[in-house]
Write a new protein. Structure first.
Length: 562
């Protein structure tokens, strides 16, 4: 009997049992818990609910349904929250430096509460880009039975009979600067692109990571595609609460689910869906938490063998709500498992395998819109992300090839030491066809925080230069970026990477087929410039960003703090 009790309360007995815990129980009673509640497993309901982004608006409501599911299954829920920032609202100014930092803060927050309160299990709820990997990093660190629940995708906006997303608004800014559309059209788009709660609708970072986590077995089937406003998401929240209690009873932990094999499933899903380049950064970080060997080259190996089959925005036509009508990621996983690209035998949070879950799900085999292509007749024969290397990126760099047909680009560098200066040059139409825009000192340490450059890339695309101008940075790109955009360049400029010594007019060549990014300088010329290079002063001397800059590692390692 005692062993069964400890099995159901493997950790929380430390804060609920024995006369010495009378003060602890008194604190619980002050919050409305009963002695009967404290005899059950204590389950954290950890969310990033807030009112700073539509991505997270649904999370507070969903948390209540999770709690109901936990109670129904015989557990006691304890709700708490962490911060999150809006990538879209922080884009293009100093605030974007907080975005990647928030991933670490979220992981730290969930980890610390779970440890301090001796929780037996946890459901993590997240919506905006960095809150998803931050939540799963915390699940890996605590290694207590856990389920991930996504807040859900936003519905597309409607403009002149077409689906539009936030990326259309960013690109409209560039088009207006080029004089190709009037201000009234920008205003129309901004007022209709985001019709309500939910994360950005295309295969951008949030939807990429939710798809990856579902394919890794960390969430219930349907979690990645059901829209935020759909009542099915509330049902899924309830079921997630039920599921985590069973995971505690079965002692099925994140380390049982997050394995090298499941990460490969996740990478395959991202590649076949044309997912965000941020998946590289985030999966490296998650693997790091559990000591799973993974490096950038692993992404290339999987990309080489994985066809691109999803016609999803930003490179394609459709949004996640369209894919949901077919059955969501289950529709894709069915095909990937059948063709041997994904291992369907791996365990999931349901207690069953991926294939076992799929056997109970109906997917709409007849596509009215061709969103998912046949594996035998794909959009591209290889995945949507390529890892580059060369004398400009000795530790690697990342480019999203989904949605661009350009395989080579050679041109003169136009160098900027901060994103704002590059954006101003684009808006002033100082960037011309053939240029290679270099934005440096925006890496994990140099930024600090590795800002996304959607404002710049969208402005370039909006001016009709998306296939004519390359952009190279030690920062990052939004999942909404498309075109010739190379990011995550490592080593970054701040630590003396080659990017630091590039000068205006240096000829830079990009060769996607041969996975090369080079500057036309000899090793002697590079070293001579580096010998005369002086690192700039840190941009932040105090506060969270200064602390982050001192602790963060290279993008090639996932930009984890060490």
């Amino acid at each position: 009997m005692e062993s069964d009790y400890l099995k159901n309360k493997p950790r929380s007995w430390q804060v609920t049992e024995g006369v010495e815990r009378a003060p602890h129980r008194s604190m619980f009673y002050a919050m409305g818990f009963t002695p009967e509640d404290l005899k059950k497993p204590l389950i954290g309901v950890a969310s990033t609910a807030n009112e700073v982004t539509p991505c997270n608006l649904a999370l507070g409501r969903l948390a209540q349904h999770v709690k109901e599911g936990i109670r129904a299954a015989g557990g006691t829920p304890i709700e708490f929250t962490a911060i999150a920032v809006s990538d879209a609202i922080s884009m293009g100014h100093e605030g974007m430096k907080a975005s990647l930092v928030s991933r670490e803060v979220i992981a730290d927050s969930f980890e610390l509460v779970a440890m301090a309160e001796a929780l037996d299990g946890m459901v993590t709820l997240a919506g905006c880009d960095k809150s998803l990997p931050g939540s799963v990093m915390a699940m890996a660190r605590t290694n207590i039975p856990s389920v991930f629940l996504y807040g859900g995708t936003i519905m597309p906006g409607q403009h002149q009979g077409k689906d539009v997303t936030i990326v259309d608004v960013f690109e409209a800014v560039g088009a207006h600067a080029a004089g190709t559309i009037p201000l009234t059209l920008v205003q129309e788009l901004e007022e209709c692109a985001c019709p309500g709660e939910g994360s950005c609708g295309g295969m951008f970072t949030a939807n990429t990571m939710s798809s990856v986590f579902e394919s890794m077995g960390l969430s219930l089937p349907g979690n990645s595609s059901i829209p935020a406003i759909d009542p099915r998401r509330e049902e899924l929240a309830f079921q997630s609460g039920e599921a985590v209690v069973q995971l505690v009873k079965d002692d099925l932990k994140p380390s049982d689910l997050i394995t090298r094999e499941s990460i490969e499933n996740g990478i395959t899903t991202a590649m076949t869906m044309g997912g965000s380049t941020n998946v590289v950064l985030h999966l490296l970080a998650i693997a790091h938490e559990l000591g799973i060997p993974l490096d950038m080259e692993d992404f290339q190996v999987i990309s080489d063998r994985t066809p691109l089959i999803a016609d999803m925005k930003p490179g394609g036509e459709y949004v996640m709500a369209d894919l949901d009508k077919l059955g969501g990621i289950s529709f894709v996983l069915d095909r990937l498992i059948e063709s041997g690209y994904v291992d369907g035998n791996l365990p999931t949070v349901t207690g069953d395998s991926i294939s076992g879950n799929l056997s109970r799900i109906d997917t709409n085999m007849n596509q009215e819109k061709k969103i998912i292509y046949d594996l035998g007749d794909p959009i591209e024969k290889t995945g949507g992300i390529v890892i580059l290397s060369g004398n400009l990126a000795r530790e690697g760099a990342v480019i999203k090839t989904a949605g661009t047909s350009i395989k080579k680009h050679v041109g003169p560098a136009k160098v900027f030491d901060r994103e704002e200066d590059a954006f101003l040059a684009v808006q002033n139409q100082e960037i011309v066809a053939g240029d290679v825009v270099v934005i440096r000192y925006e890496g994990p340490k140099g930024g600090p925080g590795m800002r996304e450059m959607l404002g710049v890339t969208a402005a370039i695309t909006g001016q009709g230069l998306g296939e004519k101008v390359a952009l190279l940075t030690d920062g990052r790109f939004s999942g909404g970026t498309h075109g010739i955009a190379v990011g995550h360049v490592a080593p970054e400029a701040m630590v003396g990477g080659t990017l630091a010594i590039i000068e205006d007019g240096d000829v830079i060549s990009l060769d996607i087929n041969n996975r090369k990014i080079e500057v036309a300088l000899t090793e002697g010329e590079i070293q001579n410039r580096l010998d005369n290079w002086v690192a700039p002063d840190p941009k932040h001397a105090t506060g969270a960003l200064a602390k982050y800059a001192k602790l963060v590692s290279s993008a090639s390692l996932g930009a984890v703090t060490q």
